[in-house]
Design a protein around this ligand. Structure first.
Ligand SMILES: NC(=O)c1ccc[n+]([C@@H]2O[C@H](COP(=O)([O-])OP(=O)(O)OC[C@H]3O[C@@H](n4cnc5c(N)ncnc54)[C@H](OP(=O)(O)O)[C@@H]3O)[C@@H](O)[C@H]2O)c1
Length: 311
């Protein structure tokens, strides 16, 4: 299976980063991605309290399923009070996959991830359920998202593991010491999310911006207080590199992420056809050695960021 180096992350389509993303805008965003050669789509059972992301993907994908590498995830659903529930039990996995296929109007998935290991059951039990779906031909490949190296090893002992998924961007490179080299040595593809740090690295965020509680970014330390200001200082620094190369900031950030050795595909979320056009320009953006060196220096000057969640 071959995936585009840039993939469309379909979480924001469900209005879950910020509210106010219409169904039409969501469908147009996916359609624009396909037109720009971004043919790997990353969605999940829980993207939208009622599967809004999978529904939008289905509508945009209509008639061109065979041109798309479609990934979804199972093992997280929404409970009462808009709280995410982690449940990787075999019954739940089976039910969610059937529902995802129905929402996506397809009879197979190219990739199915366990969204996150379920702390309440052995990971082998989830892996075994996913193996059943692989063996039956319902899915073409299986991935593990948000797993440690140890979780990946235990999972892979039960079910062939084709891909891992974790967050990674210029300021959050926790996968470097362990997961990235493990994936490389074991021939497991590595898909990274949050390349734009949930929009922060795209630039244009005001210094005094306050994220309302309806915007899921309000709870992350990277968008709060001194931490937020220091991140915006970093954005100013890399904007200068983009200006020197005469490219947009998003093109610089995404091109840098795609250029990191060991990364298979970069999952970037978007909410409009305009954002897709800007993001797709990264596919044609080349960073010279001086740019790489300037970015490394800016990252070092910024220093470690305060953590974010992994799910
Ligand atoms: N496995 C997991 O647990 C997990 C967790 C998180 C994400 N993911 C996957 O990874 C994907 C990427 O993560 P993400 O969407 O959270 O974060 P991201 O890709 O770092 O940032 C996406 C946000 O950046 C903004 N943006 C995108 N293109 C832009 C542009 N050209 N100019 C200005 N702003 C732009 C949009 O903000 P606005 O909404 O404000 O327009 C969008 O919502 C997700 O969509 C999902 O598929 C997986």
């Amino acid at each position: 299976m071959t995936v585009s180096p840039l993939a469309l992350g379909c979480w924001p389509l469900a209005g879950m980063t910020r509210t106010g993303v219409s169904r039409d805008a969501a469908i147009q965003t996916v359609a624009a991605a396909l037109e720009h050669g971004i043919t790997h789509l990353d969605t999940a059972y829980c993207y939208g309290e009622h599967g809004e992301s999978e529904h939008a993907v289905a509508a945009a994908m209509h008639g061109r399923r065979d041109q798309i590498v479609l990934a979804s995830k199972c093992g997280i659903h929404w409970g009462p009070d808009r709280k995410q529930v982690i449940d990787g039990s075999p019954d739940r996995i089976q039910r969610e996959v059937e529902e995802s296929l129905s929402r996506l109007q397809t009879d197979y998935l190219d990739m199915l991830y366990l969204h996150t290991p379920d702390p309440n059951i052995p990971i082998e039990a989830s892996a075994s359920a996913l193996r059943g779906l692989l063996d039956s031909g319902t899915v073409r490949a299986i991935g593990l998202s948000n797993g440690s190296v140890e979780a990946c090893q235990r999972f892979a002992a039960v079910c062939p593991l084709a891909g891992c998924q974790r967050h990674f961007n210029m300021l959050q490179q926790e996968i470097r010491p362990a997961l990235l080299p493990w994936c490389r040595s074991n021939g497991v593809s590595l898909f990274v999310y949050w390349p734009l740090m949930k929009g922060l690295l795209a630039g244009g965020m005001a210094r005094d911006r306050v994220f309302p509680t309806t915007d899921s970014r309000h709870k992350y330390p990277m968008f709060q207080g001194e931490e937020y200001q220091r991140n915006l200082d970093f954005v100013d620094a890399i904007q200068q590199v983009a200006d020197r190369l005469n490219v947009s900031l998003v093109a610089l950030v995404l091109a840098w992420t795609m250029a990191q050795s060991g990364i298979t595909s970069v999952l970037v979320g978007a909410t409009s056809a305009e954002q897709i056009e800007a993001n797709a320009s990264a596919l044609h953006c080349h960073l010279d050695e001086a740019a790489h060196a300037e970015i490394v220096e800016a990252i070092a000057r910024r220093g470690p960021v305060r953590g974010g969640r992994t799910v």
